[in-house]
Design a protein. Sequence first.
Lengths: 263, 263, 346, 346
Amino acid sequence: MIDQYASVRFNEKVAQETFLMGLESQEIANKAEPGHFVMIRVSEGTDPLLRRPFSICSVEGENLFLILYRIVGQGTLIMSKAGKGERLSVLGPLGRGFEMPQSEEVPILVAGGVGIAPIIFLAQRLGSHKALLMAGFRTSDEIVDKKVCGLLDYQISIATDDGTAGHLGFVTDLLEDHVDSNKKETPSVFACGPTPMLKKVAALTQSRGIPCQVSLESLMACGVGACQGCAVQAASAEKQAYFHVCEDGPVFYSKSIAWECLA
Amino acid sequence: MIDQYASVRFNEKVAQETFLMGLESQEIANKAEPGHFVMIRVSEGTDPLLRRPFSICSVEGENLFLILYRIVGQGTLIMSKAGKGERLSVLGPLGRGFEMPQSEEVPILVAGGVGIAPIIFLAQRLGSHKALLMAGFRTSDEIVDKKVCGLLDYQISIATDDGTAGHLGFVTDLLEDHVDSNKKETPSVFACGPTPMLKKVAALTQSRGIPCQVSLESLMACGVGACQGCAVQAASAEKQAYFHVCEDGPVFYSKSIAWECLA
Amino acid sequence: MNSGLGQGFSILQHDDSNSCRFGLAQSRVLYARFITWNNIMDKIDLRVRIGSLELKNPVMTASGTFGYGQEFYPLVDPGQLGAVVVKGLSLKPRIGNPPPRIVETPSGMLNAIGLANIGLERFLKEKLPWLENMNAVVIVNIYGHSVAEYGEVAAGLKGVAGISGIEVNVSCPNVECGGMAFGTDPEVTARVTEQVLKNSDKPVIVKLSPNVTDIRSVARAAESAGADGLSVINTLTGMVIDIEKRVPKLANLLGGLSGPAIRPVALHKVYQVVQAVHIPVIGLGGIVNHRDALEFLIAGARAVQVGTANFMKPTATLDIIEGLRVYCEEQGIARIEDLIGTLEVN
Amino acid sequence: MNSGLGQGFSILQHDDSNSCRFGLAQSRVLYARFITWNNIMDKIDLRVRIGSLELKNPVMTASGTFGYGQEFYPLVDPGQLGAVVVKGLSLKPRIGNPPPRIVETPSGMLNAIGLANIGLERFLKEKLPWLENMNAVVIVNIYGHSVAEYGEVAAGLKGVAGISGIEVNVSCPNVECGGMAFGTDPEVTARVTEQVLKNSDKPVIVKLSPNVTDIRSVARAAESAGADGLSVINTLTGMVIDIEKRVPKLANLLGGLSGPAIRPVALHKVYQVVQAVHIPVIGLGGIVNHRDALEFLIAGARAVQVGTANFMKPTATLDIIEGLRVYCEEQGIARIEDLIGTLEVN
Ligand SMILES: Cc1cc2nc3c(=O)[nH]c(=O)nc-3n(C[C@H](O)[C@H](O)[C@H](O)COP(=O)(O)OP(=O)(O)OC[C@H]3O[C@@H](n4cnc5c(N)ncnc54)[C@H](O)[C@@H]3O)c2cc1C
Ligand SMILES: Cc1cc2nc3c(=O)[nH]c(=O)nc-3n(C[C@H](O)[C@H](O)[C@H](O)COP(=O)(O)OP(=O)(O)OC[C@H]3O[C@@H](n4cnc5c(N)ncnc54)[C@H](O)[C@@H]3O)c2cc1C
Ligand SMILES: Cc1cc2nc3c(=O)[nH]c(=O)nc-3n(C[C@H](O)[C@H](O)[C@H](O)COP(=O)(O)O)c2cc1C
Ligand SMILES: Cc1cc2nc3c(=O)[nH]c(=O)nc-3n(C[C@H](O)[C@H](O)[C@H](O)COP(=O)(O)O)c2cc1C
Ligand code: FES
Ligand code: FES
C-alpha cells in the first residue's frame, strides 16, 4: 500500500464524458494487478471530503499506471480538469484482484460502460489469443477505442443500448449467445459494469454452472478495511454476513454475493 | 450590483506571492470607481464557502477590470491557479469608494503591501500631476512594478521594512517627512494597507488636522449589508456604534473610526 | 422573467457545484427537456400553504441572511420569493456584538452578530413600505429579552398591513431565565409562544434550536401552545480558536454554525419534528440548491428557507425556485404539495 | 524516522489544504527554521498524561476509523501514536447494519456502520498480539446493549496485558432504556460508568455524545461516577435523502456526522466540558491537521483523536504529531503540556 503524490502525465477525453488519466508512480505501477484499485484525493480542500476509488486499467512501462473514468459527479468533474504535471494524492494499489483462469478455461471478459476499466488490464494480461472480450455501452459515443485501451489485437464484440454500434441491446445478450452456442468450451467469466448488468451476468453464469468473477463498486471511505463502510451482503452460503468491497474485493466470485440485496 | 461569471483574461505573478488578475466584465468595468470592491467565489464547492473581497485596482478599456492580490490562504491560493478563460463568479462593484479631493488639495496616496490595490485605481484617476504616491513593502521582492500598475508617470516613493529598496523603514515615515517639510501644502491623505499602518496614518493625519480617507478590510460574508458580519467600531462622535465595512465603507474618513478597537 | 428560456438555461449553467451531482449528461437532458416542456412548466403549481398563509412557492429567505429584503435588490426581487423573513427585530434597536462577528469553517460559517437590528419602529417606517411596494410576503423574525418583551414586539406588529406572519426566534443565548436559551426548554418555549399569540393577529411560527437532546419535545410544546408552524433549525453552537493568538476567533467566543456543513443535522431534525407534530414545518439549514431544498420537502417540510447560501450566491433563492420547477416537471409532479413528505422509509 | 529532515519537509509539502492558511511565506519560514532548529526539535516534550496513562504524544486514532490498528500499516506504525483506540467492541461479534452505511456530506460524512465488530474474543486473539508487538498503546472502545453488558465487556478485558485503557461508547442509538441513547441521560451515563469501573482494572474514559442540550451535566455525571477521563465528541446525528428515489441514503435512515464539518461544534463542546470537570478531556471531531489539533489542546483538551481524517489522508496522525512539534518549536514551547488550556478569554 503506497500513499503518495503522483504526477499526472496525461488526462485526455477518450469518449463521451470519459477520460483516461496517466499517473506516474513506479511503486504503484510495479505492484498493480488486474482488479486492483487506487483511492484518489481529488481536492486539497474538504469538499469533496473523501477519496474516490478507481480501478487501475493499465500499467505502461516501469513508471506509469492508467485509470479510465467517467464524469458522474463533483469529484470526477474536478479530476477531469487536472492538467499535466498536477500532483494528485493516490493511495494504492488496493483490494483483491482477479484470480487468473485455469489453463483449460476460455476467459470471457464482459464489460459495461466504464466498467471496462479493470477488464482492460485483465485483457492485456491474458492476451487476445486466449481471452474473448465483449463490451456494452449506452451509445456509440461512449465507446472507448481499442487503441486507447491498448487492446489492438482484440476482436471486441460490442453492444449498445441504442444500436448506434454493434448489437442493439445488452452485452449480456452477447454473452448468452456465445456460451449457448459454444457449449463445448469451458468458459470462465470476468465481468465489471453497472449492477443490473452484473446481476444478469451472475444469474446467467450461475444457471449454467460457469465460474464468474465480478468487480463490484460500493461507496468507500477508507479503502483499506478500516471503516466497514463498503459492506455488501454475502450469499447465505458464506461464512460471513457482509463482505467489505475494499478488502475482500472488489473482485468476488459472483456466487458468493447476495445479489438480491444489491440495489 | 452585478452578479456574473467573468472570464479570466490573465492571471500573472507580478511580485512575490502577488498576482494581477484581469477579469472580463463590461458591466463591472463600467461602474467601478476607486475604492470599490468585488466579491469573488474561488471554488464551486463548499470549501472555502464564502466569497473573497478584492479591491478593483484598475479598469482597462470597456471590458476589463483588474485585481491585485496576495496569496495569504486557501482562497487566494486557489485563485492563483485560475487559468486564462476560466470563469469566476464575481459580485460587484460594491461599497463606497474614495471621495475625490478638493481642487486645492494635494492628494497624498499611501499604500502598504497589497493595500496598494485600490490606491492604484485612485492614482490612475487623479493623475501624477496632481497626486503623490508612497508605498511600503516588507521587502523589495514584494514591490509591484510601476509598469504593472499602469502608473508609469508616477514618481513613487518606496519604503521597505528591510531596506532592500527605497527608505529603510515604514511608509508612514515618508508620509510624516513629507507633510512636515511641506507645511504650505493643503494635503489630503488616502491610505490602504495593514491595520498597524493605517492606525499610524490616522494618528499622524489627525494630529495635524489633515483629512484622511482609509480603505479598511474586514471579514465579510455577504458584501452588501445583509449579514452585519463586517462591523467595525465607529468613533464615539459618530451617530452609530458600528459601521459595516461593505456598505458604509470600505473607504472611511479615518476620524470616524474607533482605531483603538481595531486589532 | 421567471419562466423564460434564458433564465431556465442560466440555472443549469450557473447552479453551484452540487449540481454537478447531476452528471453532465443529466443536466444536458434536463436542458433538452426544458426546451421541449417549456409550456408545461408554467403550469406546475409551486404554491404551498403554511396554515392560513398561502405562498406562491415554498422558498423563503432565512432571517439574518437577507437583511431587510432590499440588500440584494435588484439581483433578487423579493416579490418573487415565497416569503422574505427579515433580520430578527427587537423592540429597541440593538448594536450587536463587537467584531470579529463571523468566521468561516469547513463548508460553513460561525456568526455572532448579536442580533444587531434597527428596532421595530425604524423597520416599520423605513423598510416595510418598500417591501410592500415590491409585493413581498413579509415574515418578521422577532426576538425579546424576556417573555414579556416577545409579547411587546408582537403587539407592535399587530394590525400592521404588509406583514404576513411572525417568526419567533427562541434560540438567543443571553436571556432572563438563568442564561439558558429559551428554545432549549419546552416549557419556556411554550410560554413565549403563548405570549406572542396573545399579542398577535398573524400566523405565528416558532423557530427551534437544534442544540437540544430532543427537539420533538420542544416542537410539541410550541404546538400545544398554539403555534401555527415551526421553523427548523436555527444554528448549532460552535467555536473556533486562533492558534497564533490563543484567543477565540469570535469576540463573543461562541457563535452559530450555519451553511452546508449542518445540512444533514438540520434534515434529521426536520424529519423528527415532522413526525412529532401536526402543524406545518419550514425546513432550513445548509440549503444551497434545489436538490438540497428537495431533501427537506421530501422529508416533510412544507417550505424551506435559504440562509448562508445567499452569501455564496445572491440569487440562490431564485435558482432554487426554478430548480424545483424543473424537478417537478422531470418527475411528472403537477403540484409541489404532492411531493411534500413523500419519503419512503422501510 | 520521525524527526529526520526528510520527513519534516514532506509534511510541509504534503500537508492538506488547510495548511495553506499558513500562507506560503510562513511555511517557508517554518521550513527554514526547521532546518536551523532541527536539533532542538527532538527535545520538545510531547508527552501528556491522561490520569495514570502517560502517552508519548497527544495524538490518538478515533474509534471506528482506524480498524484494529493494522489496516493502515505500514503507512502508519501504531507504535508511534499516542494511543490507538480500536473499533468499538461488543461481547459478541456484530455484523452491523445493511448497506448503504456511509454517505458523503459537505466537509463531512455520515456513517451508520452499526458497530460491526469481530467481538471481544477474536480481538484479543487475532488483533491484540500484533498491536502489542508494535508497542502500541491500546485503548479499547467498548459498547454494550445494556448496563450489564458494558460491565461484561469490561470484565473480559480485566487483567489483559497490552491494553492501557477502556473508552466507553455511551452514544449508541438502540438500547435498553426506551430507545434513548445512554449518553444523552446523565443518570444512565453514570450507571454505565460505574458498572464498567466496577469490572475494570484500567483507566476508564467515557465518550460523550454531542446530541444533548447540556453536555456539561452528562460530563459531570461521568466524573462523579469515577471516570478517569472523557472523550468529546462522538458524532452528531444526521440524515441525507436520495431525491431521485425519495428514500434515505443510509439504509439505517440516520447516521453519525463526522469530519471537518463538525469541528466548530466539537471544539465548543470540548471547551464547555473542560470548564465543567476536573478530569482530563480528550478532544475530537473534525481534526484534520495539526492546526486543528492545536485548537483543541489550547481549549483545554489533554489529547486529541483523529477520525475521519484518516480516510482523507492515512498518515494524518503522524503528520499532526510532527506539526505539533514544529509549532511548539516555533512558539518556544518546550513541553506541549504547557500549551494545554492556554486559551485567553475576555
Ligand atoms: C473499486 C472501485 C473501482 C472503481 N473504478 C472506477 C473506474 O475505473 N472508473 C470510473 O469511472 N469509476 C470507477 N468507480 C466508481 C467511481 O469511484 C465513482 O464514479 C466516483 O467515486 C464518483 O465520484 P464523483 O465525486 O464524481 O461522484 P459523486 O458526486 O460522489 O456521485 C455521483 C453519483 O455517482 C454515484 N457514486 C458515487 N460513488 C460511487 C461508487 N463508488 N460506486 C457507485 N456509484 C457511485 C453517487 O451515488 C451519485 O449518484 C469505481 C468504484 C469502486 C468502488
Ligand atoms: C474590501 C476589501 C478589499 C480587499 N482587497 C484586497 C486586495 O485588493 N488584494 C488582496 O490581496 N486582498 C484584499 N483583501 C483581503 C482579501 O479579501 C483576503 O486576503 C482574502 O479574503 C483571503 O482569503 P484566503 O482564503 O486566501 O485566506 P484565508 O484562508 O481566509 O485567511 C488567511 C489569513 O488571512 C486573514 N484574512 C482573511 N480574510 C481577510 C480579510 N478580509 N481581511 C483581512 N484579513 C483576512 C485570515 O484571518 C487569515 O489569517 C480585501 C479585503 C476587503 C475586506
Ligand atoms: C449572519 C447570520 C445572521 C443570522 N441572524 C438570525 C436572526 O436574526 N434570527 C434568526 O432567527 N436566525 C438568524 N440566523 C440563523 C438563520 O436564519 C438560519 O437559521 C441558519 O443560518 C441556518 O440556515 P443556513 O444554514 O441556510 O444559513 C442568522 C444566520 C446567519 C448566518
Ligand atoms: C466510520 C466510522 C465508524 C465509527 N465507529 C465508532 C465506534 O465504533 N465507536 C465510537 O465510539 N465511535 C465511532 N465513531 C466515531 C468516531 O470515533 C469519532 O467520535 C467521530 O467520527 C468524530 O471524529 P472525526 O470527525 O475526527 O471523525 C465512528 C466514526 C466513523 C466515521
Ligand atoms: S472502504 Fe472502509 S472498509 Fe471498505
Ligand atoms: S459583509 Fe455582510 S454586512 Fe458587510
